[in-house]
Design a protein around this ligand. Structure first.
Ligand code: 3HC
Length: 312
């Protein structure tokens, strides 16, 4: 583990103080590097695992247009995972090591992807709420201090807005439909609202990583600040299409000009991130199985590259 010289520490801290991006070849504290590998690799795992719940509905999409849009979104998520794995690799960890950590349960992925997609409305709720939450988090992360991560966020945010819009369109169409369709949309809202709020992480006073994250300007806004921003904008979107927010305690606070919400079920959150969510086992088993089934493709590609055949 390289210990920085005094001059290197000053160089790193001065760049952070000037809000300049830290680049892969810059000297950086080992703690900074390890913190970033943890966060970026878990972000990448989330993008790839997140393809599973949506993939369940490709063959059952209600129209060819809906199928095309869903396929395009899932393909985007795969690309997001690629950008992020590549950003993490600039910190000196290999793809194989990151996947081994995931498969061994040593690395997390976002809690939200451990919930089942029971109806087509869930695909709308994921696009609108999950990608909507991801946009709030990732727009803030565009200002993260690590250059490759920040640039990946700029690219990803451009595609997320399409994801959020297509999800909201699905929910709006259902809410303009039959009574059964409206009930399906509200049921999805009821199941996805709280887990989407918990995507932003534990409350600030229970976020052990935030202190370092702020010191190193990896995180620029707190979990609660981003959660509140998402709530404030999403409540109004729900009202426009007639969806009810499943929180009887939620009310607009005239003094703060924000929506106050009722308590979230953090016990459920910690159970889910410990691996005891509704779909954790299924998600991991599938990821491991597909990784093993695809080993021959990786070997063939590596052999072809070694023999000088550049992929077309
Ligand atoms: N799911 C799983 N684990 C979570 C979590 C969540 N929603 N929120 C927090 N955690 C974990 C943290 O990873 C940490 O555990 P660790 O030390 O083992 O890694 C622990 O809970 C404590 O949380 P902290 O708030 O102290 O940790 P962070 O400072 O890392 O903040 C975070 C958590 C806000 C999720 C931050 O890591 C982050 O911004 N990550 C990047 C964004 C991201 O990963 N998004 C995932 C969704 S990707 C997505 O939505 C794809 C979209 O296209 C659909």
């Amino acid at each position: 583990m390289a210990v920085l010289t005094e001059a290197q520490t000053e160089f790193f801290e001065a760049k952070i103080a000037r809000d300049e991006k830290i680049e892969p070849r810059d000297p950086m504290p080992e703690g900074y590097r390890v913190h970033l590998i943890r966060q970026i690799s878990q972000h990448a795992h989330s993008e790839v695992i997140g393809m599973q719940p949506e993939g369940n509905w490709v063959t059952r999409a209600p129209s060819l247009r809906a199928k095309l849009i869903l396929l395009a979104k899932i393909q985007d998520e795969c690309g997001h995972g690629l950008y992020l794995y590549s950003a993490a690799e600039t910190l000196g960890i290999s793809r194989d090591e990151m996947l081994a950590q995931l498969h061994a349960g040593k690395a997390k992925y976002s809690s939200i992807f451990n919930y089942p997609t029971l109806t087509w409305a869930d695909i709308g709720a994921i696009g609108w709420l999950v990608d909507g939450a991801a946009i709030v988090n990732q727009v803030s992360l565009q200002r993260t201090s690590y250059g490759p991560y920040s640039r990946a966020m700029v690219r990803i945010c451009k595609e997320e807005s399409f994801h959020q819009r297509q999800g909201y369109e699905i929910m709006a169409q259902l809410m303009a439909g039959t009574r059964k369709q409206r009930a399906m949309a509200q049921d999805a809202m009821n199941r996805w609202w709280a887990p989407a709020l918990m995507m932003f992480g534990p409350p600030d006073n229970d976020s052990p990583r935030s202190h370092d994250a702020f010191n190193w300007k990896i995180k620029r806004e707190s979990n609660d600040t981003l959660r509140q921003r998402f709530i404030d904008k999403t409540v109004q979107q729900a009202e426009v299409i007639g969806l009810t927010i499943p929180d009887p305690d939620m009310k607009f606070n005239e003094a703060t000009k924000h929506y106050d919400i009722g308590p979230l079920n953090w016990k459920e959150f910690y159970e889910v991130i410990k691996g005891n969510g509704p779909c954790n086992r299924q998600r991991m088993d599938h990821h491991i199985q597909v990784h093993e089934d695809g080993a021959w493709v990786r070997e063939a590609a590596q052999k072809a590259m070694l023999n000088g055949h550049k992929p077309a």
